[in-house]
Design a protein around this ligand. Sequence first.
Ligand SMILES: NC(=O)c1ccc[n+]([C@@H]2O[C@H](COP(=O)([O-])OP(=O)(O)OC[C@H]3O[C@@H](n4cnc5c(N)ncnc54)[C@H](O)[C@@H]3O)[C@@H](O)[C@H]2O)c1
Length: 274
Amino acid sequence: MKKIVLTGAAGRLGGYLRGPLSKLADTLVCTDIADGIDDLAGNETYVQADLADKAAIHAIIEGADMVLHFGALVDEASFEDILGPNIIGSYNVWEAASLHGVRRVIYASSIHAVGMYPKNEHIGVDVPHRPDGFYGLAKCFSEDLARMYWEKRGVEAVCLRILSCATVTNPRALGSWLSEGDLVRLVERSIDTPVTGFAIAYGVSANDRSPVDNAAASFLGYRPQDNAEQFADDILANSDPLDPQDKAHMCHGGPFATTELGVSAIAALNLVDD
Ligand SMILES: NC(=O)c1ccc[n+]([C@@H]2O[C@H](COP(=O)([O-])OP(=O)(O)OC[C@H]3O[C@@H](n4cnc5c(N)ncnc54)[C@H](O)[C@@H]3O)[C@@H](O)[C@H]2O)c1
């Protein structure tokens, strides 16, 4: 490919993906609202832009073969705060992709699009949306937007419902972990699968305790190699007993399932900055 665009390039997952993506195109155009990125490789360029800025996003996407859309406000927040980056931003990305003939958009969706399902209920990639807050609602909107642009304008899309791509620090993550290596494998398959149309896949490693079913996305050829079970003895030995009546433990969305609408939930995930 000549040009790949990566939004959210200054973020954590952007940092995991830049190296592998830069090998797949002549130019990797990185964009984010952040001031810059320190360690750009030879074929990477950086453009600072707000996802809500239509003209800026259109200019960045012009000429791209594929767009990896990972930029977002990543937490539960007020509708007003989510609106620009996560809703208008998605519209700007897909409208630009359509206008400029981009083949495929690969989107960082989230388990929070279906976060209110109880974990003991089987969920495949085709269950109806059941968001656990405004953040999840914006992921639902973007998945529907992606499907609409596929059906009406022929822009392919792979929506990756990532569970938790972060160091395993709590019992929930024994099921929800997506390792950095598996994230890269999932993104690489989303790019090199010749035809995807509109597709949804869960972003999760091969955890013994994975609570989701990716069978309907198997055509992507994503075969995760890591398993959070390696952390189970440690995590379980150091955790207090969990209340089975607490939706934060019972629902896919974890603490997002119980936080008030618009109130941050990310602190409860105890993320480790890596
Ligand atoms: N990390 C996870 O476990 C996880 C789980 C589910 C979904 N996701 C999704 O993956 C993507 C990346 O997540 P992350 O963990 O790297 O988060 P992150 O916060 O590290 O990265 C998000 C990036 O988006 C940028 N951004 C925010 N507002 C913007 C705006 N208005 N314009 C342009 N850029 C803006 C931020 O500056 C940041 O660099 C997000 O879309 C997130 O919703 C992540």
